[in-house]
Design a protein around this ligand. Sequence first.
Ligand code: CP
Length: 282
Amino acid sequence: MRHLLSMRDLDRDGVLSILDTAASMHDVQRREVKKLPTLRGRTVVNLFFEDSTRTRSSFEIAGKWLSADVINISGKGSSTSKGESLRDTVLTVAAMGVDGLVIRHHASGAARQVSQWVDASIVNAGDGMHEHPTQALLDAYTMRRALGDLAGRHVAIVGDLTHSRVLRSNLICLSRLGARVTVVAPPTLMPSGIGTWAAAEGFETSYDLDAVLPTADAVMMLQVHTVICHPGPMNRGLEIAADAADAARSLILDQVSAGVAVRMSVLYHLLAGGSAEPAARS
Ligand code: CP
């Protein structure tokens, strides 16, 4: 794997390989000394043109725990705010000898475009309304830890489906893992052409959350009888009730924790150059 631009870059075996590596990376989080030598001598730049708490900080931690040199550049405070184009910014950063570039940008397709300009491995950390593949991977990782194999499990994804890049990546990822997915939203928040999309990708749609909940094993957002996932940032009271966000069955902070392990795994798969998987359990 050279880049991670979309969940479509990974087939079922690719997804499972990332999740299995993430499981061994997750053990590092519980160690006193949180450091593996795997990416020593590699340089990773986090280039964020959109605000982020979870993704940027977990990619920074992931790179540092793998011993890479990690540099953070944000749109605000960089020369893009003086008018420099995305292409010139990316070429400038790449010319400094970067091995991996993690990019978040408000334009759909930005990560793929950047991958055509530079030799570095590119990770899409969220591009407009298109995709957020590492979010889908950490969601799958978290649900597998709670529920086991996701094949045949029923996942409901609830909310603003029209504008969600998390939805798009999750639909692909969960389909790779054999889960049954129902997307739930009021008609105003259902993407146009959802019927054709659902038929092509093999998921179900509903306007009626109450009808879906009894068979759901996991719900992204809302309700407390099942495990609850939310990618964050949470708008409490609008997207999710506080008692659901803080419920014992809420996995929201487990998702954040998994984000570091999954992003370590992605950096390892992109940048370790075929070196043997680190014996993270030793
Ligand atoms: N889920 C997610 O992408 O969160 P951030 O915007 O905080 O990175």
